[in-house]
Design a protein around this ligand. Sequence first.
Ligand code: FEO
Ligand code: CA
Ligand code: CA
Length: 625
Amino acid sequence: MPLDRRHFLLQSGSAAAVVALFGQSHAAPVTGRGRTATAGHALGFTAVPASLRDAVAIPAEYEWQLLYAWGTPTGIAGPMPAFAPNAGNTADEQALQAGMHHDGMHFFPLSVPDRALLVMNHEYTDEQLLHADGIKEWTAEKVRKSLHAMGVSVIEIRRTARGWQQVRPSPFARRIHGNTPMRIAGPAAGTPLMRTAADPAGDQVFGTFANCAMGVTPWGTYLTCEENFHGYFGGPKEAAKDMTDAQRRYGTVPGSQWVEYWRFEERFDLSRHPNEPHRFGWVVEIDPFEPGAAPIKRTALGRKRQESATCTTSKDGRAVVYMGDDARFEYIYKFVSKDSIVAVTDAPQAPANSRLLDEGTLYVARFDPDGRGQWLELTHGRNGLDASSGFADQAEVLIHARLAGDIVGGTKMDRPEWIAVHPHSREVYVTLTNNSQRGDAGKPAPDAANPRANNLFGGILRWREDGNDAASTGFAWDHFALASDPAQAGSGARYPAADADMFGSPDGLHFDSGGLLWIQTDMSGQVIGKPAYASLGNNQMLCADPATGRIKRFLTGPNGSEITGCVVTPDRRTLFVNIQHPGEARDDGNGTPVSAWPDGTTPGSARPRSATLAIRRRDGGIVGT
Ligand code: FEO
Ligand code: CA
Ligand code: CA
């Protein structure tokens, strides 16, 4: 295992490996804005037109292959249950199969050539598709199956003459889900708001769910982010009146639940266990190279509807994590560790890094109208965060990070989603997906960073830290793109190049090692193909070259799907992409999912399934060229 981790770090040019090799504390050379390793060839592929077809479309020079769909067996030994096309698999079987609704994902090469681990999130469940008879009636078994269909998959894959294949069984294979035991660490662990009847110590919890985007640490672990956890907690409607402002701010209000877990598993009943939701909404660290290691919730990074946790290093070698809180008018955060990353040369040094995310400083971003910005510290006893503003200690600041962000004056954003750091310039890009309530009565007005009222299409904002040091407290920012269809009157679209392909509701964001930016979209199934959005087609993936500002459409997805989760291999020959929730939208007439992808060709002919694709150039060349 240590050998595999070291191999991964070397392959990925990670800070921890570079420190080990050269004794330097700052890995990436700073070469100015937007240098690409493939100048002259970047974006050489044939652009794909916007499409409303129920299919995956990519440039003719490329091919895609289905790798890992919902229900695919996943385990360390047989027998592994096959996927039942009628959704007849039990809850226990689902715990040994790929989850639903694939999202954030990363590729960890192993030390054996052409072998790697692929680690991915399963964000949420479509209960109608998950159960053979839908959810007219909830049962305890359905609650368990639903919990087992979220979380994370770790699979081993190998490259063969016929493309990438899952290695099955594999000693690394693992499903982490909504009932997996895990640890809570950092300043909030064990504090009063984290204690429950089942866990009086407040430092152990069952499960992670609502796992959206992700991050990868410089020491080779995977970070999964708990986003819309609130939808799984519920309770009797009449209990709503007893909820605190903090509970309302996080959306954990009885009667507003998405699922009926609370009727069958009492920890989800807010009226009986008000502290249980405090144990969700965190960044969770998973060591994919150690299948026996329990995942750890890192409370020092703050609680929110955690979208992403993108890691980089400061000039003096500390870990820096950028995070978005995906809800209307919520914040962008940064965590800077107290200690520096220790070079991972062998196993005994790894434990030092395993505590890095437990101690440090959390900040929230303020974007000023002059193109400058400030990171505002969320530390108890500073910036007005004390008992007089309702925070007894640092644990409460972290558990209610949103409320702390209000006190210090962070900028309320248009739904921050993924964050990506340019591998050479170190500029930081964030997708702001949309905000239909910007400028509404009683809501925040447009501001410099979020300039459009009724922002239906979102955009991409970027910043550069002062001194190009990720630990700086000041930065300069601008917009990379304001998305929309420029042909629409008053669209406010602003793309970095005149010939850019248009898009809407950007969400997934990934820089490959050459500096190409992969952009994925998540327009809601209710609006796809409808007025204002019709010209954008189905959800899509584009490739941008920040050096030139060009943006080209690379992929369009099946009906009702979102494109999310993206990683380019270190050799840049394969691109892994997740197709999430094909057929999420239903036919207005008969309620049939609008897609049968990937197993059927016409709606209704098969149960649609989220799935991972492996995409390569037919000539074996670099993807994105
Ligand atoms: Fe899970 Fe905000 O997308
Ligand atoms: Ca997302
Ligand atoms: Ca999304």
